[in-house]
Design a protein around this ligand. Sequence first.
Ligand SMILES: *[C@@H]1O[C@H](CO)[C@@H](O)[C@H](O)[C@H]1NC(C)=O
Ligand SMILES: *[C@@H]1O[C@H](CO)[C@@H](O)[C@H](O)[C@H]1NC(C)=O
Ligand SMILES: *[C@@H]1O[C@H](CO)[C@@H](O)[C@H](O)[C@H]1NC(C)=O
Ligand SMILES: *[C@@H]1O[C@H](CO)[C@@H](O)[C@H](O)[C@H]1NC(C)=O
Ligand SMILES: *[C@@H]1O[C@H](CO)[C@@H](O)[C@H](O)[C@H]1NC(C)=O
Length: 625
Amino acid sequence: MFALVFMSFLMFESALGRSFTIDYENNCFLKDGKPFRYISGGIHYFRVPRMYWKDRLMKIKAAGLNAVQTYIPWNIHEPEPGVYKFEGEADVLSFIKLVQETGLLLILRPGPYICAEWEFGGFPPWLLKNASIILRSSKDPVYTSAVTSWFKVLLPMLRPHLYSNGGPIISLQVENEYGYYFTCDEKYLVFLQRLMEKYLGKDVILFTTDGDYESQLKCGTLPSLFSTVDFGPGTDPKKAFALLRKFQARGPLVNSEYYTGWLDVWGKKHQTTDPILTAAKLDQILAMNASVNMYMFEGGTNFGYMNGGTNDNSVYLPVTTSYDYDAPLSEAGDPGVSNEKYNAIKKIVTKYLPDPKIPIPPPTPKYAYGKIQMTKIISSQNSKTVTSKYPKTMEQMGMYYGFVIYRTNIVISTKLSQLTNVLNIPGVRDRAIVFIDKVRQRVVNRNDKKKFFHIKVKKQSMLEIMIENQGRIIDGDMNDPKGLISNVTLDGVILINWTVIHVKDPPDVYHEPKSDLFGANNQVPAFFKGIVPSMPEGLSPQDTYLSLHGWEKGQVFLNGFNLGRYWPVEGPQITLYVPASAFKKDKNILIVLELDGAPCAEPKNCYVEMVTKPILNGTVLYKQF
Ligand SMILES: *[C@@H]1O[C@H](CO)[C@@H](O)[C@H](O)[C@H]1NC(C)=O
Ligand SMILES: *[C@@H]1O[C@H](CO)[C@@H](O)[C@H](O)[C@H]1NC(C)=O
Ligand SMILES: *[C@@H]1O[C@H](CO)[C@@H](O)[C@H](O)[C@H]1NC(C)=O
Ligand SMILES: *[C@@H]1O[C@H](CO)[C@@H](O)[C@H](O)[C@H]1NC(C)=O
Ligand SMILES: *[C@@H]1O[C@H](CO)[C@@H](O)[C@H](O)[C@H]1NC(C)=O
């Protein structure tokens, strides 16, 4: 009798006495053999400064949640094929350990495609060196072997942190909303499942997530993988789960992305979700005994060049720098302005799970550093150049992020009067500023219908086309390389012999450059430099928001840290979140790369300002492209 009990115990538990499994009969998860459900919050370690990881996890725990969910973006961890980065802000293993220390469980979504409104849906840009690569499919060996070598590095690192091995990871998602993608390739999901089982073992739950649509569940699920759905407060949970039941008759119900808010794109109104409705629908989901992950619990920030772009009806719209998401914790990790959403959610969560009764860490202090006087600086050319007969894409040149300047000399052999001088730049990805002999001509946007115009040239002129990569596309047709994707013509003649300069980082402000990259007169683009006023003696750096009121469009760097894109004239985001981690003890240097128009005709107006309140809901133009 004793021996029998002991044996069945062994079958349930791993060597460490820990197990996390699915009880299909009783429609629930089993944690260490006992019925279990999770209430999880989405937080992306790559969108929150590392110094704040612990603070945010504590705030999630304080709301009563028992798990968190994060994606793993391939592109920050393998910046070049075979070159891996897992240190500093990319130290995902430290994040995993912090999750465990905080007493939370972890749901991981390693992709390889993640969407997340993150640059290229998490894919590394070097995949697009061949723009015809077949992504998210089993059909292209170039793609599948890149995935294989990435997972061969990543998954063995994760394995010791699986729940059954003593870690916090209870489940991993295979791909991401795959049923939404047109390839609908079952073999690809099988390929990923085998790869994950090979490196993780079979002792962990692998699951898929799809929208609550029949077609999506058809292409996105596999009988051998646990299926979950995602939907927001606008959906009736009973209907969504009933559809899931058509594909998976038994097992726990899971909403892997319950939308607490929504993302913003430049040029469209700021998105918000009603806190009361968000909490009420969460209550309905939990009343059905379902498990849930709230997407997002904290959205965070698309620092640097890492926002993705959407492509709705062939209109390209980049995601804003802020990924605040109107989530229960703000971009800065605070429980909102009024705490309303955070408190409403906590009230529902603690109906179903015990209230941890831990004090909520207070909002991080904000400091108004005040006005920062900016002055134009000469911009050196601080990167290597690439030359080619015909223009190459940014990916082909290994210039993945930021800006590139395509330069060529136009030499006219015929009589100037015989020319109409029509310059045609049909293949702009995503936004070009055109110069002739260092004089700014005009902007050509990829959404513009007309991408040709008249220019004035001399017998010999220098043409420069500065192109901004505004963030790679996150879904739909993702084979969308950046820079120039087709030839440039003048009166129908293809222009050749290009030199390309990469502009990604601020110029080296400590050394006087020999010549100005952008031309010496008072035009933009140009770099501007300012010193942030110091904190009062004895205070350490604090979070703040950078107001770019009066400036038009560009990129900002604090002590070399890329705070992201700003575009207040497009809206809705007006201020940029500046975390305390970007400051030094003294002499904080702010560099602004302004593309379209700086308020600097009079030096007294040439400033930016650090304030204590964000503005994410500025007015937008509702432009028709
Ligand atoms: C690019 O990828 C496509 C799709 O797999 C393939 O057919 C083609 O041969 C590749 N081109 C080169 C130059 O490798
Ligand atoms: C939820 O689970 C409880 C306990 O197992 C059960 O009594 C109840 O009927 C379930 N509710 C639903 C809606 O499935
Ligand atoms: C530019 O034109 C040349 C010559 O016709 C062609 O070989 C090349 O593929 C074109 N480049 C692009 C990017 O279209
Ligand atoms: C392009 O470069 C080649 C090789 O350097 C040179 O022979 C040719 O004259 C150049 N053509 C133009 C139009 O600049
Ligand atoms: C932005 O939000 C604030 C705070 O909720 C509100 O006072 C303000 O009117 C809003 N601005 C716009 C332009 O909607």
